[in-house]
Write a protein that binds this ligand. Structure first.
Ligand code: BES
Ligand code: MN
Ligand code: ZN
Length: 501
């Protein structure tokens, strides 16, 4: 989407539509009052009739009369002023953009939401409007051979009366668009079917990101290289698949490596059938999205590079399918991991923790300042937190607090689950060092407890995104399908990363 910033008064614009806003129960002021006046009181009439109150994400569509140059006026509700924040601003922008897209409008102007009475920083309000508008208009329709001539909102102009604020708004819009682009890249990867988004495809995408971005370096390990290193867990999961596994290493700003890096690890299971411990048929198609953690890591690395953030960051992605075959790994097998620790397999469907175990061991060589892994790891996490929060388990309070804060800021919220020593009992094996499932109780935590055995020597946070990686219900700036969750959170974490640790 093309978003530009212009100095002017929104009521004078000649557009297919102009977007203004209204707080619930507040007196109209600023641009909205000016538009109301210019239209001969159309907004007041709607409010007085009781049809529109400015509730959060409520919209009002008005057809401007001959006195105005615009064809339509869209008013979006901001809710109660006391409850207003950055996320309400994002949702307002997304709601308006969706409405425009729905109406088949290609071009419109908008004011910033919340930079006046809402009290947001101008740069934040600008970033929110750009980010959410672009995210709201995301579509995945490359496989539709008909019905794709749907009109898209192509151009949005942010109108600001005060010329002194224009450079700041431009800066915010630029950042918002870059972050939205990276999020949409992740959504595309998630929404792609498994026959397209293979481990090889993830690796090719990572290398393309590196080629097209700045200060990025991409390295891909093939199965022979994994074997030489001793990544026995990743290779075991991959053994039942005809698609070769890949281990992706995407480094940003290595030159800054006098600082230890922030390392991201993303689960990249491009299809999870469950393996020999096969899943039931109903709903199995969703398991093409079992690489949402990988998508978040690749998206975040692109965003960090395009924002030219001043840190050293590394993205690691173990990528494989989990299928059934004569060669597939089996319950009862014992694997030797990269760390040397052995794992007894009780269930081949608990494969994510196996490939992450090797990736977390590999992360050690970077002497990281912190490691954050993201994985669609357990159904148990969905049972615990539903679809409104990512589960967080960690071995470091400071890093956890940073991740938590980044989640609040971006509205990609995380919620802590305990990782007490007692849970480790559940993953002790009689015949190997560990076993790969800990039974029904606390399934999200025992999975994390297994990861913790391999996340040694650095501060570590594990994010279980099984409930948040995709959605079956569209939100104001999130269409159905892959959410791209984690991209904005990790990018925020990197933006707030201390310069001198
Ligand atoms: N990828 C799944 C977890 C998952 C389930 C993600 C539903 C998103 C939605 C993971 O590999 C898995 O199968 N986990 C098992 C673990 C069990 C066998 C211990 C699960 O959660 O059932
Ligand atoms: Mn599985
Ligand atoms: Zn899985």
């Amino acid at each position: 989407m093309n978003i530009t910033v212009q100095q002017g008064e929104i009521q004078n614009r000649s557009d297919e539509a102009i977007i203004v806003n209204l707080f619930e129960g507040a007196r109209r002021g600023g641009a909205t009052a000016a538009v109301d006046k210019a239209s001969g009181g159309l907004i007041s009439t709607a409010v007085d009739s009781g049809d529109f109150s400015g509730k959060r994400n409520q919209t009002l569509l008005l057809y401007a009369g001959k006195e105005m140059a615009t064809a339509r006026i869209i008013v979006v509700g901001l809710g109660k002023k006391e409850a207003f924040n950055l996320e309400v601003a994002r949702q307002a922008a997304g709601t308006a953009a969706r409405e425009l897209q729905h109406l088949g409008i290609r071009q419109a102007s908008t004011i910033l939401h919340g930079s006046g009475a809402g009290g947001l920083d101008v740069v934040d309000a600008a970033e929110a409007v750009a980010e959410a508008s672009a995210l709201a208009c995301y579509r995945f329709d490359e496989y539709k051979t008909s019905g794709t001539n749907k009109k898209a909102l192509r151009k949005l102009t942010v109108i600001e009366p005060d010329h002194r604020r224009i450079p700041t708004i431009r800066r915010g819009v630029r950042a918002g668009l870059r972050i939205a682009d990276a999020t949409c890249l992740a959504r595309d990867l998630i929404n792609q079917p498994g026959n397209k988004a293979t481990p090889t495809y993830l690796a090719q995408t990572a290398c393309r990101i590196a080629r097209e971005g700045e200060r990025l370096r991409c390295q891909v390990l093939d199965e022979a290289a994994m074997k030489r290193l001793g990544m026995g867990a990743l290779l075991a999961v991959s053994r039942g698949s005809a698609e070769p596994a890949r281990f992706i290493i995407l480094e940003y700003n290595k030159k800054a490596n006098r600082h230890p890096p922030l390392v991201f690890v993303g689960k990249g299971v491009t299809f999870d059938s469950g393996g020999i411990s096969i899943k039931q048929g109903a709903g199995m198609e969703a398991m093409k999205r079992d690489m949402s953690g990988a998508a978040a890591v690749l998206g975040a690395m692109q965003a960090i590079s395009s924002l030219k953030l001043p840190l050293y960051a590394v993205g690691l992605v173990p990528a494989t399918e989990n299928l059934l075959d004569g060669k597939a790994f089996k319950p009862g097998d014992i694997l030797q991991t990269l760390s040397g620790k052995t794992i007894e397999i009780l269930n081949t469907d608990a494969e994510g923790r196996l490939i992450l175990a090797d990736a977390l061991t590999y992360a050690e060589r970077f002497k990281p300042a912190g490691v954050v892994d993201l994985a669609t790891l357990t159904g148990a996490c969905v049972t615990a937190l539903g679809h409104h929060a990512t589960g967080m388990m960690s071995t470091d309070e400071t890093l956890a607090a940073r991740v938590r804060a980044a989640g609040e800021r971006t509205a990609e919220r995380v919620w802590p689950l305990p990782l007490w020593d007692e849970y480790r009992e559940q993953i002790k094996s009689d015949v190997a060092d560990l076993k790969n499932t800990g039974g029904r109780p606390a399934g999200a935590i025992t999975a994390a407890a297994l990861l913790a055995e391999f996340a040694q020597g650095y501060p570590w946070v594990h994010l279980d995104i099984a409930g948040t990686a995709w959605t079956s219900k569209a939100g104001p700036y999130v269409p159905k399908g892959g959410v791209g969750v984690g991209v904005r959170l990790l990018t925020q974490l990197a933006r707030d990363w201390p310069k001198k640790p």
